[in-house]
Design a binder for this molecule. Sequence first.
Ligand SMILES: Cc1ncc(COP(=O)(O)O)c(C=O)c1O
Length: 451
Amino acid sequence: MELAIFGGKPLFDSARHRKWPIVTEDDRRAVMRVLERGVLSGSDAPEARALQEEFAQAHGARHALLTHSGTSALQLSLAALGIGEGDEVIVPAYSFVATPLSVLLQGAVPIFVDVSPESGLMDPHAIEAVISPRTKAIMPVHVHGCPCDLEEIQAIAKRHGLLLIEDAAQAHLATYRGRFVGTFGHGGAFSLQSSKNLSAGEGGIYLTNDSDALERANQVRNFGQDIRRSDGEHYRIERPLDGHRSLLSLGIGSMYRGNEMMAAFARSQLRRLPDLTNGVRSKAARLSEALKALPGVFPPALPKDRSPVFHKYRVRLDPQLAGLDLSHRELRDAVIAALRAEGCEVVLWQSEPLPHHPLFQKMVGFGKGFPFFQKDASQSDGERIQENYRANYPGVRSLLDGSIVLFSQSCPLIAQDDEVVELYIQAFYKVWEQRHRLVDLVKKGGAPQEQ
Ligand SMILES: Cc1ncc(COP(=O)(O)O)c(C=O)c1O
């Protein structure tokens, strides 16, 4: 069968994809319940409190706080530990930009380490080389929903007296040695943005076992006000906005609360999350089983001691093993074009190591260089930071040049039915059987280059 990219019939209509999140009658009823109740917001409002309890319980943690985004949950987890000006936080060079941004927003400096080119996870062996006297914390990211090498990272943190904060934005219900991620460190942050396995449209959850950290995070979440959670005991639902907490701000804070509609929607979805998680795991297993038989195609690595949740499904491609005279990038872009023509959704998701974003290359910060350049920092600190941002990150480069993400933010794997998964396998096989033709496509300049 002729490949669709050369004018053949596409294998399927891309309208066959299902968009995420899938909204059910239960979800609608949950949101309607809020509107009918008429209590739409508040840190002690019933849906927010219930979501916090249910989410914490589902992850085996003591406390959770609802925020308006994963980024704010990350920032709270830093603020709760007193991380700010003068501090450095070690983050992976492959993640979403929100990871290092949360550090900058706290007035601290992110320092990057490379990742494994196979998994995209922070390389624990790279961490110690970037620890400085200013380092306060390590923030690994369970990227794609795959848990990091937590034992190694925890051991390094302990050895150097550093705090551990987990960016679990993509990893709801993922486990490492049977325990849920987000509970290994001094704090963890999840995102409830629309593409995530647990969605509230937008939103985030801060998770911790530390009651004092929880109080501090809650204060920052509410304009820096003294807002002990015990205030909830005096909460009157008929007067939801008329609390009796002091409106005096004790320190810097912001307004990072969620609202009742998002909390109710997320609660309704949380009930289905264990089943959906099992579902996405079995779809990933089916895909991986089929794709690994193709020469030069490597489905996501599956470390034995972890249960990923496949928020993203990244496939590596090796031109040499596929027997093709193409560079990794050429093969990547040609395969993306060929699979899209067959009806598949395929994305790069990221195209550069995070430190190579203009944000880190220009170091303008809030305008005059802060927090990159700090008052008490020596010249060598500044040079060290610049060097860190200008370094090559061969692990990230190799990952990004040599792999593609199947499915998309709007239509992720978790939303798709088994038939669509089979169509992806057929599309991949169809393209792979005729992969030598991709060489012609590239040589004639017919494969658009991805940015
Ligand atoms: C790894 C990672 N960290 C942080 C975030 C930030 O989450 P949000 O978009 O909810 O602020 C995201 C999601 O976009 C993410 O993928």
